[in-house]
Design a protein around this ligand. Structure first.
Ligand SMILES: NC(=O)c1ccc[n+]([C@@H]2O[C@H](COP(=O)([O-])OP(=O)(O)OC[C@H]3O[C@@H](n4cnc5c(N)ncnc54)[C@H](O)[C@@H]3O)[C@@H](O)[C@H]2O)c1
Length: 291
């Protein structure tokens, strides 16, 4: 079978860790050449050493427009063109709730998670239009972009807006053959939730391993997400296999957002209990009850 991305050139932001790193490895295995833009230059240089000449690393802060523009230009200068842009870099951002919101923290989170994605479309889209060969832009949102309770409001709002960016991009960029789609990961085992805590970065790998058990219990499929699960979805949207798909989002969450996390039979049973009726077996629970 031919490699899915043979001859393609991709830019991946936040490619030095977690989901981004899995996307880099997946794209390389499928024949692409890749430029990684990440703020972590130590991890970025290490990645380049480990993965070889088909990967370039450029230190990039996606909160800076100039950096994103330079990142796209570096792919063209290293490999001659740009076919795929993956807007992936991110962090949990401002943790405050709505009632005690830090307005500057909200803006910083939007710069990191939303403005960066918009600018990724701007600079990658200009290059793709110039080439006249179309292209694919894939952006990372989150299940927190469609459902409350997973993250803080700044993160939720920015990730929700990322979904709309793909729709608005479609109305402008489809005429040039440029597609834009979004992946919504569920709980995926990466260091993202340890960053910014006191945990020594040397222990991030242990943290990712330790997430296995607590994540498993929430998911109908019985496990949390592996970064490669998300990379496979990004691969589909980046490759020509999805050539008629644009403006869409793909949820990759092991079923997490598809089921009610409690057993409704138990909830309704409580009402019978309160009424003192104990001989009714409520039959409203999901067939796929979470243990
Ligand atoms: N892990 C999850 O459960 C999960 C769930 C839903 C969505 N996501 C999203 O997936 C994406 C990747 O997250 P991850 O879990 O792999 O996290 P991660 O922490 O493992 O990796 C994030 C990468 O982004 C880089 N980065 C952070 N700020 C940057 C900046 N300003 N400029 C450039 N690079 C920067 C980091 O250095 C790191 O290499 C994020 O957008 C995240 O919001 C993750």
């Amino acid at each position: 079978m031919t490699a899915e991305l043979q001859g393609k050139v991709a830019v991946i932001t936040g490619g030095a860790s977690g989901i981004g790193r899995a996307v880099v490895e997946c794209f390389l295995a499928e024949g692409a050449r890749v430029v990684v833009g990440d703020i972590d230059d130590v991890a970025g240089e290490k990645l380049k050493q480990e993965l070889g000449d088909d990967v370039q690393f450029q230190r990039t802060d996606v909160r800076r427009a100039d950096d994103i523009e330079a990142l796209v230009a570096s792919a063209v200068s290293a490999f001659g063109k740009l076919d795929i842009m993956v807007n992936n870099a991110g962090a949990v951002g401002e943790p405050t709730g709505l009632l005690d919101l830090d307005p500057d923290g909200f803006s910083r989170t939007c710069d990191l998670l939303l403005r960066s994605v918009v600018l990724g479309h701007t600079y990658a889209g200009r290059q793709m239009r110039l080439q006249g060969t179309g292209g694919s832009i894939v952006s990372l949102s989150s299940i927190a972009g469609i459902q409350g309770g997973f993250a803080a409001p700044s993160y939720d709002a920015a990730k929700a807006a990322v979904i709309q960016v793909a729709r608005t991009a479609t109305s402008e960029l489809a005429q040039y053959g440029i597609r834009s789609n979004v992946v919504l990961p569920g709980m995926t085992r990466t260091p993202i939730m340890a960053r910014g805590t006191k945990l020594d970065p040397a222990l991030y790998e242990d943290f990712v391993e330790a997430l296995r058990e607590p994540f498993a219990e929430f998911h109908p499929l019985g496990r949390g997400g592996d970064p490669r699960d998300i990379a496979n979805a990004v691969l589909y949207l980046a490759s020509d296999r999805s050539s008629f798909v644009t403006g869409q989002y793909l949820i990759v969450d092991g079923g997490l957002t598809s089921v009610f996390s409690r057993d409704l039979g138990e909830v309704v049973g409580k009402a019978f209990e309160i009424m003192g009726v104990d001989d009714i077996d409520p039959r409203f629970g999901s067939a796929a009850r979470l243990k």
